[in-house]
Each structure stands twice: as C-alpha cells, then as structure tokens.
Design a binder for this molecule. Structure first.
Ligand code: HEM
Ligand code: SF4
Ligand code: SF4
Length: 377
C-alpha cells in the first residue's frame, strides 16, 4: 500500500517536472538542480556572513548597535544583511523541496541512506544556526528566544539543566551568552560542510552547481527583496523588561509559538517522534534480496573502466598476482552496489555481470531511460 502511494507520487512528480520544463526549459529547470539550489544559498550565506562578521560585535552593549551600523551606515550593508536573511529563508525552502523531491522520486533508500541521514542532520543544524542567528541581533526577540529556549531546555530530564547552562553560557545572561550564540552560529555552519561531505559520499558526480542563468535568477530572488523590503531589528533588548510578544519567523523560529502554547516536554517529544520517523523512513520498504555485480576472474583484464564508470563507487581495483599479464583486478563492494548495470555496459571483456539480471534486460532498461527526457535530476 505504502509502496503504491510512493509509486503514484513518483509518477506525479515526474509529470509535474515535465510540465515545468515548458516554463523553464529542460536546461534551467530548478527541479533538476534540487540539490544544487540549497548549495548556492548556503555559499551565499557563507560569503554574506563573512562580510557581516567583519563589523559585528558579540557583546550585550554593542551587538544591537553594530547590527544597526551594518544596516544603516555601512555602504550596501542593508543589502548584505538582507541577502543573509533572505538566503537563509530561501535555503530552508529549497532544502525542504529537495528532501520532498528525493522522497517522492524514491531516491532516499538503500545505498542512499547516508545522504538521507546526513540530510536530516543538516536540517537540525540549520535550525540551530537560524535560532542563534536571531539571537545575535540582540533585540527584544533575541532576548525572548534566549529566555524561552533556556526554559525549554531545562525541562529535558537529566541533561536539560547542564544543556541550558551551556546554551546561556553561565547561570544568567551575560556577554558570554552572545559569545556562545556567535560560536554556535559560526561553528555549526562549518559543521554543515562536514555533513555535506558525508551527504555526497555515496553519490558519485553529484550535481552541486546550477547553470549561470538559473544562478543569476536565484540571486536576484534574494537581492531584490533585500533592497525593496530591508531587514530591520526590533526594539533593543532591555534585560529588566521581558517583552510580551515577538514576531515569529516561520522558517527557523516555529518552535517558539509551540513552546508558548504547550509544555516544553510535549514539544521535545513531538520533535523526537518526527526525527525517529525520518530516520526510519529509508528502511520502511524491504526490497527483494540483493544480487550485486560479480567479477569473472578469468575474464578481467584490469582495465579499470568499470571502477571509473560505477556511479556509486562500488568497485575498486586491487593489485593482481595470479595472472602473468594482468596487473589489476576489479572488486565489487556488495553493500554499495545499486545493481544499475553500468559496469556491465562498461566492460568490453564480459568480465562483470549481474547474475540475476540478463544483459538484454539491462540494455532494454537503459534504452527506456534514454527515451525519457528527464534531464539531469
Ligand atoms: C544543506 C542542505 C542540503 C544540500 C546543500 C544538499 C545537496 C545535495 C546535492 C547537491 C545532492 C546531489 C543531487 C544530484 O546529484 O542530483 C543531494 C542528494 C541527496 N540529498 Fe541532499 N542536500 C541538502 C539537504 C538534504 C536533506 C534535508 C535531505 C533529506 C532529509 C537530503 C537528501 C538527499 C538524498 C537522499 C540525496 C540522494 C539523491 C540521489 O542520489 O539522487 N538532502 N543533496
Ligand atoms: S571493465 Fe571489465 S575487464 Fe575492466 S576492470 Fe572492470 S571487470 Fe575487469
Ligand atoms: S551494477 Fe556495477 S556500476 Fe552499478 S552500482 Fe553495481 S558495481 Fe556499480
């Protein structure tokens, strides 16, 4: 039943993407660059963040003033600040669409589970980066975020109180609180890079860049709002005065309306359940037993073509001593093999085979795929 629903979703997604080809053309269709689009916004965040970093001062007295200086006095400062904020929102939208796309097109299971798991971790990191980013402004909203988050963290049994103390960086709000938010904001941004390395680990030739035309369009989609609707701060935080309410950002601060309307433990439990479901998702469908590619020792001449062509890095070459002429032998890592058949096509010596699939079947399947105008995605 679940598999049937997924199959229908896949058909719908592909038809929708074919239809969007009419609008964007196949070459510039953003859905074919579903992983590259968040990547572009991430690098925009790094570059604009670096510029903001040059003028930002993480202390209770200066943070708000330095952010206002960037916005109002620094040439193009409001554009850089706006681009940083809007790129963060755009990245969240792009990441969610990307996750839905890989889910709907059944590209999240089996050998892709590492990409899925690292993706879940990337979303968690993005949330922490977003929340700490809002604290850095040090306006009334920032103050409320620190108070509510510290309170919510304290409710977690056992690890909660030390976690809250770590987050506030002490028992009460001081300059060190902002220093901690700054550290988490920048430090976890770098963690994204490590997670992305994991994310791409099992995808051989991932599409990480958008074409120039699409890139310019996407940049315009954040520069124009930055110029037309400049980002501004709220009232400065005053530690003796707890604000009654604050504006929510639905991309990164959606936890806070939840914290104010229900006990924190319920919110943490809901988050825990959602994360557990997301982590279970790649293993909900059990496929038929695997039959990975097999190398026929006598035929392999060690030409390395199969290892170069395998999109899943499932083949590596080892030195060979049992043959007078051939110096290398191809070895398949069974757990990585996606049974795609590319190596069978690459080998001119009939030295690698998929035992459960007939080569005619594979060639017919490749022919079908080539007939479909599905683009790079
Ligand atoms: C910082 C955020 C992210 C970036 C920059 C990113 C980037 C990418 C890129 C460039 C690819 C290769 C796409 C291709 O070659 O067609 C990819 C693949 C993939 N991503 Fe992400 N991703 C992010 C977040 C996520 C999230 C949140 C999930 C899901 C929870 C996810 C799941 C996957 C999966 C399963 C694949 C493999 C798809 C395939 O092999 O076709 N990613 N990602
Ligand atoms: S392509 Fe064929 S002959 Fe060449 S290394 Fe691979 S299995 Fe051996
Ligand atoms: S069938 Fe061959 S090319 Fe495809 S994943 Fe397995 S080893 Fe790699």
């Amino acid at each position: 039943m679940y598999k049937k629903i997924l199959d229908q979703l896949q058909i719908l997604t592909i038809s929708f993407e074919k239809w969007t080809n009419k609008v964007f053309s196949q070459q510039y269709n953003p859905f074919y660059y579903h992983g590259a689009v968040p990547n572009l916004f991430m690098w925009t965040l790094f570059v604009t963040g670096l510029l903001l970093f040059a003028y930002y001062q993480p202390t209770l007295d200066s943070a708000y003033i330095s952010v206002n200086y960037i916005s109002n006095k620094l040439p193009f400062g409001n554009i850089v600040r706006g681009m940083h904020r809007y790129a963060a929102d755009a990245m969240m939208i792009a990441v969610l669409l990307h996750a839905l796309r890989v889910y709907f097109t059944d590209r999240y299971r089996k050998y892709r589970w590492i990409a899925w798991y690292s993706g879940v971790a990337l979303i968690g990191c993005m949330l922490v980066i977003g929340i700490t980013g809002y604290i850095l402004v040090w306006d009334e909203r920032s103050y409320m975020i620190v108070l509510m988050m510290a309170d919510a963290l304290k409710q977690i049994p056992a690890i909660g109180p030390p976690l809250a103390e770590f987050f506030v960086n002490g028992e009460m709000i001081t300059h060190y609180t902002l220093a901690m938010s700054f550290f988490l904001h920048v430090g976890i941004s770098f963690l994204l890079l490590y997670l992305l390395w994991l994310h791409y680990l099992r995808i051989s030739r991932p599409v990480t860049d958008v074409p120039l035309g699409l890139g310019l369009l996407l940049m315009a989609s954040i520069i124009i709002p930055a110029a037309v609707i400049p980002v501004s701060s709220g009232k400065p935080a005053v530690l003796i005065q707890v604000p009654a309410e604050f504006p929510t950002d639905w991309f990164y601060l959606w936890l806070f309306p939840m914290f104010s309307s229900m006990p924190a433990m319920i919110v943490w439990t809901v988050l825990f359940i959602i994360t557990t479901i997301l982590l279970a998702v790649p293993f909900l469908i059990i496929d038929e037993p695997k039959s990975p590619a097999q190398v026929l020792l006598d035929n392999c001449v060690g030409c390395t073509l199969c290892a170069k062509d395998c999109p899943y890095e499932a083949i590596y070459m080892v030195p060979r001593t049992d043959h007078p002429k051939f110096k290398q032998l191809a070895i398949v890592i069974d757990a990585r093999c996606a049974e795609c058949g590319l190596c069978v096509g690459a080998c001119a010596f009939k030295a690698i085979d998929l035992p459960q699939k007939h080569s005619k079947e594979i060639i017919a399947k490749i022919g079908d795929v080539l007939k479909e105008p599905v683009g790079v995605g």
